[in-house]
Design a protein around this ligand. Structure first.
Ligand code: UPG
Length: 414
């Protein structure tokens, strides 16, 4: 066994009246086929980042449907996570060198993790490149052959560096199905039995997304010293080159020329599988300089309520990503009725409908112009916020995501 992650129970009937009725009915109908199914989700970190966020709800939801669902994380040390972060960057298109030594480290840890796999499941869902090799390594030993194995790719592969993609491709192809967030991430020549396109989703009832009392909002903002009488914009994202934290500050500076009372909050966790986080935090802090209106937060523990507060009390949320598989932070902000000024990276335009619930702006000048417009037009901001929440309700709630998984399980069974 890898390391089991405990999850808090979730009841599906509590989503009645929040998620669309037809989704809930279809989940109940399909799940009858999978009562008692043994399902294992495996990823690299129990905390920090989008995958952990999704699994903390998806796994207990499956349990509530009667499945024996579990979440486990693989074991690894810094040298392994440095390599997997380099893979992640190369797969998102960064031209970084990948050496034989790095491939050796990757395979050594993957083999070590394969040694830990000792039970059979009906469905095993492996999340992201950190865990992609394990199935094939098991097969080579004549193990891990029971059940259906699914590889779930959370990242934007559009410009994947060929060397790294070609390295992982045979491992990907050892799965019975692969899930991508968008059609455009499917690499040509990939040979697997099932390819499913499933965008991720958020849990509307988690502490990160529920409505909050005014007193909580007030307390959190006061704790960080935010002036609640002045405008606030924020970006909630790991300190990571793909999230362009320096660009966020540049946009803020452009807006501040027109709106001098503006404040900026950047809110992040430091994930255990992301060794670059600290360096990028330092770079961001140096770029921010001495500006007292820039608030840089970096948490090493769950800060869901803080995230909730910043997403709902900012007038505008920024998402300046250069690559973004999907961007749960965008979904979360839209769900709270806050317009988002995003880029056209990856999954952002699926969520931010330009001029409807926010704006797509790829350069900093245009982004600043859109932020200024939103700050100066509160009625339009509210109208856009309502549209954003409804867009998420229809397409990006966890119930739809669960349903898509059940549909894939069903396809694999038949
Ligand atoms: N988060 C916190 N605290 C913070 C900052 C972030 O809890 O201080 C959460 C955030 O609320 C969100 C998650 O971390 O729930 C971040 O998810 P996301 O915005 O999706 O980014 P990544 O961590 O980079 O997740 C990867 C992909 C992303 C995709 C996600 C799920 O990069 O594009 O949406 O996986 O497929």
């Amino acid at each position: 066994m890898f390391t089991r992650v405990p999850v808090k129970p979730v009841r599906l009937d509590s989503y009645e009246g929040v998620a669309p009725d037809e989704q809930l009915a279809e989940i109940q109908r399909l799940s009858n086929k999978f009562k008692d199914a043994r399902v294992l989700h495996v990823n690299a970190t129990a905390f920090g980042g989008g995958v952990a966020e999704i699994l903390s709800t998806m796994v207990p939801m499956m349990q509530d449907l009667g499945m024996h669902a579990e979440w486990q994380v693989i074991r690894g040390a810094t040298e392994f996570f440095e390599v997997t972060k380099a893979f992640h960057n190369a797969l998102q298109g960064m031209p970084i060198p990948v050496t034989q030594h790095m491939l050796d480290i990757y395979l050594r840890y993957s083999n070590m993790n394969a040694d830990l796999f000792d039970e059979d499941y009906d469905f095993v869902v492996m999340h992201d490149p950190q865990v992609v090799a394990i199935r094939r390594l098991l097969k080579e030993r004549g193990a891990g052959t029971k059940g259906f194995w699914i590889w779930r790719c959370h990242i934007d592969l559009t410009d994947a560096q060929p060397k790294v993609w070609e390295f992982i491709k045979p491992y990907v192809e050892c799965h019975d199905a692969v899930i991508f967030t968008m059609e455009k991430y499917v690499k040509s020549g990939l040979s697997v039995r099932h390819i499913a396109i499933i965008p991720p989703a958020i849990d509307p009832l988690s502490p990160k997304n529920v409505e909050l009392p005014e007193s909580t909002i007030h307390d959190v903002l006061s704790r960080y010293g935010i002036d609640q009488t002045r405008p606030l914009i924020s970006q909630i994202s790991r300190y990571d080159p793909w999230k362009d934290p320096l660009g966020v500050i540049d946009v803020y500076r452009l807006v501040k020329k027109e709106v001098p009372e503006l404040q900026l909050a950047m809110v992040a966790t430091l994930a255990s599988d992301d060794p670059e986080g600290i360096d990028w935090f330092g770079k961001t802090a140096r770029h921010a300089g001495e500006d007292p209106d820039i608030y840089l937060l970096a948490s090493t523990k769950d800060n869901s309520v803080d995230v909730n507060v910043f997403q709902r009390s900012s007038q505008v949320v920024l998402q300046r990503s250069k690559r973004e598989g999907f961007g749960l932070v965008v979904t979360e902000a839209l769900w709270k009725g806050t317009p988002v000024v995003g880029t056209s990276a990856g999954g952002i335009p699926m969520q931010v409908l330009d001029g409807v619930n926010g704006f797509i702006a790829d350069n900093n000048e245009l982004a600043a112009e859109k932020v200024i417009w939103l700050l100066r037009n509160p009625d339009d901001r509210i109208r856009m916020g309502v549209a954003g929440r409804e867009h998420v309700r229809q397409h990006f709630l966890i119930t739809r995501y669960l349903l898509d998984y059940l549909r894939l399980f069903d396809k694999l069974y038949s």
